[in-house]
Write a protein that binds this ligand. Structure first.
Ligand code: ISJ
Length: 405
């Protein structure tokens, strides 16, 4: 007798199914989980060529935006249209019936791939997106020299702050399991924006960002200033953390930058809270929050306006912005690609949440390139800044090398 019993799937099975489906579609896709949320979301656009859009986000259809660090000549960003969208709750089993038709068809028609086969599929898809980082950007000497150059430029009053970055390339182990790594990141970093995106022939990245660039929901606009880093130690690191003048000043600079953007557009009414100490993985940062009522202030398109003004903030580039950008171009010695750019869901379920692409890695062939930077002020110690980038790299690196870390 045939009984119609609904089959329940675990979050791992669902994620594996979605990854198999998306990676074999030949299209672009993104999977994410927002901070403090239990919902995993995916958008998939099966068009073979990645698509680009203007930064007027209010006018965009639902999708996922991805922009590199560098300003683009065409002033456009990559965009993954939500031609297919699905979300599920991470803490509940999912019945086959709850899957969208496109996933059910896949479930019925295709053989389920093992995690090793999905790894193979991923590697085949990323063979072509080899990232051009120089050997230099991996070297400690090069980075500490860069920090010294930054301090010199600050002492000469050419800059107030600069955020040099470096890379670290690790191999993707044979037992790498993408869905386990993603779930482990979600579990370990509840306050982070966990993300994975794949743009064929452009890039495949995984990250756990602690920093919101802009968020709009209903009439509310939100942004934050995040800077200053120390390792979290003890039972109650949030309470016991003490900050030095260097870190307080470094974060205040980012806040002042945000306020100067508000002033530029004559926006006078905003709420500012903080700074307070926040946890990101095993690191602590200082954070201030800014909130605006877009309707009351008469700025219904504040999302796009601020996106244009804020990026790249002094948390990832420096102050003054133009001079810091030129300094990095001259001395950093590698292409940051999507690292310290921005990414996130746009106009999905009535909200837009765009994050700074930090604590991130690019996957290519059998390797992952991790990216991290550190804010340099006059009082920086080059050795300490290097250690800070090592800690930042580990946030993602440890779950690529060993998902059960
Ligand atoms: C540049 C990075 O992080 C940024 C720089 C920080 C700092 O200099 O202390 C802290 C948080 C982020 O705003 C990074 O993670 O690569």
């Amino acid at each position: 007798m045939h009984t119609n019993v609904a089959t329940n799937h675990t979050k791992t099975e669902i994620l594996q199914l979605l990854l198999q489906l998306a990676l074999s579609s030949g299209g672009s896709f993104a999977i994410w989980r927002k901070p403090k949320s239990n919902t995993v979301e995916i958008v998939l656009d099966e068009t073979a060529n990645p698509f680009k859009v203007d930064l007027s986000i209010e006018e965009l259809e639902p999708g996922f935006i991805v922009h590199p660090f560098a300003d683009q000549v065409d002033k456009k960003a990559y965009f993954i249209k939500a031609s297919k969208y699905f979300s599920f709750e991470i803490d509940k089993p999912i019945a086959t019936d709850e899957l969208p038709e496109w996933a059910k068809i896949q479930l019925n028609n295709q053989e389920k791939l093992s995690p090793a086969e999905i790894r193979e599929l991923l590697i085949n898809q990323t063979l072509v997106s080899k990232i051009k980082t120089s050997k230099l950007s991996e070297q400690k000497d090069h980075f500490t020299q860069l920090v010294k150059e930054g301090i010199k430029a600050i002492q000469q009053n050419l800059l107030e702050k600069v955020v040099p970055a470096r890379t670290k390339t690790i191999s993707i182990p044979p037992n790498f399991n993408l869905s386990c790594t993603l779930l482990k990141l979600m579990d370990s970093y509840p306050n982070a924006f966990i993300n994975f995106f794949h743009l064929p022939h452009v890039g495949t990245w995984i990250g756990a960002s602690p920093e919101t660039l802009i968020e709009t929901k209903g009439d509310t606009f939100y942004t934050m200033s995040l800077a200053g880093t120390q390792i979290a130690i003890g039972d109650n690191p949030l309470k016991s953390a003490a900050w030095t003048q260097k870190e307080i000043e470094e974060q205040a600079l980012v806040s002042r930058y945000i306020v100067s953007c508000f002033k530029k557009i004559r926006l006078r009414e905003y709420e500012e809270h903080g700074p307070k100490t926040v946890l990101a993985g095993n690191l602590l940062h200082l954070r201030s929050d800014f909130k605006i009522n877009m309707q009351e202030t008469g700025f219904p398109e504040l999302g796009s306006i601020m996106l244009g003004l804020l990026h790249p903030t002094s948390a990832v580039c420096g102050m003054p912005r133009g001079e810091a950008h030129d300094f990095l171009q001259e001395f950093e010695g590698f292409d940051r690609s999507f690292y310290s750019g921005f990414l996130g869901p746009v106009n999905i379920q009535g909200s837009t949440s765009i994050y700074v692409n930090l604590r991130t890695a690019s996957l290519h062939d059998n390797e992952a390139t991790l990216y991290a930077g550190a804010g340099v002020t006059e009082d920086s110690d080059p050795e300490k800044e290097w250690e800070e980038t090592e800690l930042k790299c580990q946030i993602i690196g440890k779950f690529i090398q060993n998902p059960s870390a």
